[in-house]
Write a protein that binds this ligand. Structure first.
Ligand code: UDP
Length: 418
């Protein structure tokens, strides 16, 4: 069954002191004309990863301004999620494409979910490739269809994008984080221009709300972190593109100069990510039992508050990805005024101006060298971190994302056939 997700309540007014009255007024102005619009978000999972993170805030805020928004997650068994994980990796450039049998599995689950999709939506937003075929199966169930892509499609596996591509031009709108991610199939003049709209974080969620240094230290201490010694921390799924082993390499280089440093790799396991478990085991083996490397996940009871505590406690927040659609963890860390070092890929440079709001690196050696610089010069770290927080405040908080979505709804509702 397609599962409705309960998202609770949030009030846009609570964000006024963070984003300013002008933006709040602008949002209310847009929303006035969209009251009662029936919007459905369709995604693969309600737990783990960036899409779920965004929707838990975006959907209640849409409701708060009068949109009749819902969020449903797909029905899928292991064979479907195994297949969509291969597809996800292939679309981000992995050489392994889906077999014909796997494409059939993907189509079959899209059919099963399409059959269950209720009718009379004004807008259905299909998140990522997992449900991308549903529009072609039940086009009349919504007045407008939008495909929201959260991944880096700049160098996809040619076979995979060739097969997925034909599903995309029929959407009334497509949305990408960066112009570079728009696939050629959407670039010919007959298609509507894709919307470019990066995601955002919720500054008031348990993961990002202000936590006192004492509380952060108290939580980290319970996981065996020595809160009086420097801490490097990466929060992310256990996924090769997030390069946790590269982070371990960087940490080892840092210990040669600063032996008291510790590393925490905090990674939740998403329900649609079977590969994550294998990779977690490999990462643990790579750490070779070093007691100063803590590898934690949601099975160790790491939830939003714990992630908040680790990000707040870190002397340096790292996101050493080698591919990254956007990287919510980057804005999350910067919002907590942490010195940040991340891979110079995908959506990370959008959030980090090298040398101004953090550092961008392309190897474990560079990551280690920048870490040492920041650890040895705390004032430098503070300056980068303060600039980073302001950059996030201006560009990457959910009210800005809500405003962008309302603009897209207005566009597609005025131009789609009745
Ligand atoms: N996350 C979490 N617990 C973890 C690991 C990750 O809550 O143990 C969250 C993280 O804080 C962020 C999201 O999962 O909000 C990951 O989003 P991002 O865009 O960084 O990467 P994705 O997983 O979508 O590739």
């Amino acid at each position: 069954m397609l599962q409705p997700v309960g998202v609770g309540n949030k009030a846009l007014a609570d964000y006024t002191h963070l984003v300013g009255r002008t933006l709040i007024k602008e949002i209310k102005g847009h929303a006035e004309q969209l009251k009662g619009l029936r919007v459905l978000h369709l995604s693969a999972t309600a737990f783990g990863g960036g899409v779920a993170e965004i929707l838990y805030t975006l959907v209640p805020l849409m409701r708060d301004v009068g949109i009749d928004a819902e969020w449903h997650v797909l029905f899928g068994k292991e064979e479907f999620f195994n297949t969509t994980k291969i597809m996800h990796n292939a679309l981000q450039g992995n050489p392994q494409d889906l077999t014909d049998e796997e494409w059939e599995i993907w189509e079959r689950y899209n059919e099963i979910n399409a059959e269950q999709l209720s009718k009379d939506w004004d807008v259905v937003i299909v998140h990522d490739p997992q449900p991308a075929a549903i529009r072609s199966l039940v086009p009349d169930n919504a007045k407008s269809w939008i495909w929201r892509c959260h991944i880096d499609l700049s160098t996809p596996n040619p076979g995979t994008i060739e097969r997925l591509g034909p599903y995309l031009p029929d959407y009334d709108g497509t949305v990408f984080h960066l112009q570079d991610y728009v696939p050629p199939v959407l670039m010919n003049g007959d298609n509507r221009q894709p919307y470019i709209c990066p995601p955002a974080i919720d500054p008031l969620s348990p993961k990002n709300m202000a936590l006192s240094p004492e509380d952060a230290a108290f939580v980290c201490d319970q996981f065996g972190i020595d809160v009086n010694r420097p801490l490097l921390c990466q929060v992310s799924r256990f996924d090769p593109w997030k390069d946790p082993m590269g982070v371990i390499d960087a940490y080892k280089l840092v210990t040669q100069k600063i032996p008291q440093v510790q590393l925490a790799l905090v990674g939740s396991m998403a329900t649609d990510d079977p590969e994550g478990w294998d990779f977690l085991t490999q990462t643990m083996a790579y750490a070779q039992g070093d007691p100063d490397i803590k590898i934690l996940n949601n099975l160790n009871n790491v939830g939003a508050i714990e992630v908040n505590a680790f990000q707040s406690q870190a002397d340096i927040a790292i996101q050493k990805s080698t591919r990254e659609g956007f990287g919510l963890t980057v804005s999350e860390a910067l919002w907590k005024v942490r010195p940040f070092i991340g891979g110079d890929v995908g959506g990370i440079p959008l959030q980090v101006k090298n040398g101004e709001t953090g550092y961008l690196v392309s190897s474990p050696e560079e990551c280690a060298q920048r870490s040492i610089e920041v650890l040895e010069q705390p004032e430098l770290g503070k300056q980068l971190a303060r600039a980073g927080k302001e950059h996030v405040r201006q560009h990457f908080l959910t009210p800005r994302l809500l405003r962008d979505w309302l603009g897209i709804f207005r566009d597609v509702s005025t131009t789609s056939p009745p």
